[in-house]
Design a protein around this ligand. Sequence first.
Ligand SMILES: Nc1ncnc2c1ncn2[C@@H]1O[C@H](COP(=O)(O)OP(=O)(O)OP(=O)(O)O)[C@@H](O)[C@H]1O
Ligand SMILES: [Mg+2]
Length: 393
Amino acid sequence: MLTAAIASGDPRSSARLLASLEQSGLVGSIKQWLMPMEKLPDSSEQLPDVVFLDLSHDNEAFFTFGAHLRRIHPATRIIACSATVPPSPQLLLEAMRGGVQDFLPKPIEPEALKGILAQVLQENEGKDRPSFNKLVVIMGSKGGVGSTTVTVNLGVKLATHAKKRTLVLDFARPLGNVHLLLDLQPHFGLRDAVENLDRLDSHFFAGLTTRHKTGLEILGGASQPEEWQSIATPPLERVVNVAQSSFDIVLLDMGSQFSPEWSTILRTARMILVVAEANVPSLWALERRLMALTGFGIEPDRARVVINRWHRNDEEALKSIQKEIRRPIFACLPNDYRKASLAVNLGTPLMENHNNLLNDRYREIASQLAGIDVRPFAKKSGLGDLFSFTPKR
Ligand SMILES: Nc1ncnc2c1ncn2[C@@H]1O[C@H](COP(=O)(O)OP(=O)(O)OP(=O)(O)O)[C@@H](O)[C@H]1O
Ligand SMILES: [Mg+2]
């Protein structure tokens, strides 16, 4: 992850650049410097990996500033953003003297920006992974197996038990119903994010999310089936990146949809939880889905299987599926129709209750994802073989 700063004399232009940087998914922290600066940074200050000079009329002040930065911190990459396209030879010469190494035309093209940032990251020799590593995707092996129930209850446990700033992105198709399970009425949602990509930064994004009383936040999904017709997948990638810049953990309910277009988002996920039931159609679909994920270049270690509505009699079937898919089942969530449907119909997540096995399981998974102590419980419940927490990434 890179650190960056934007030096600009125009707050609106600076905000646009900020949004583009957040959307790139490659920048962790971003400073905004107002030009001309009253006091120039000195060598004792920690300077960012990349500085963007948002050129305007008075280029001289920017280049003096750039040259100063290069002098005190030669490792900083200086990139000029200019609306003069192509830059004149005179401008290029002045920029070079001002320590500028790259030129980006304005308005900034996301792919060009990402290309330069990726290059800087590579040059900085993988000090960090080029992603936020906060995204957990939840998908159903087929429809109706519990992808949304798992997303919501896990989200609540991450927010309450693990005390993580947690966001649910409702990307299920054709309709998103995360809000129903939490009895929320979002005023804004996915569509607003996608329709305002040019100003989508963490500040704007905060205005689109809806908070549940547990602290869990959601970005509401599609409320009309035809909404998805106007939503392409690449902009979703940018929504995911901005979301990760504001939260500790981002859960993405993608329902049971599956297409190669999603591979970019799936590849950046820290973990993909594939929810299935222990019946033939669901396990059949699970096996194929896992194979397809491997085909997208996702290591088996990152695609974990969650068996929902588990019942003791399922153990034999699950033992054989573990052999088929050549990986252990990550978690089993017991079948509890009464509690699950009560929770859904009341719009309340599963209650904290010591006798509630389902609730315990969700807490265990949340602890695992959040990297906090997992209490040994398997023996007591008899699910020992079917609940394998392998070391976290
Ligand atoms: N552990 C459980 N025990 C019993 N019932 C459950 C359990 N988990 C979920 N359910 C029930 O299964 C049904 C489907 O759940 P859910 O809506 O989460 O599935 P989904 O995979 O998101 O479906 P869709 O494909 O429509 O998005 C709901 O009625 C829910 O209450
Ligand atoms: Mg669903």
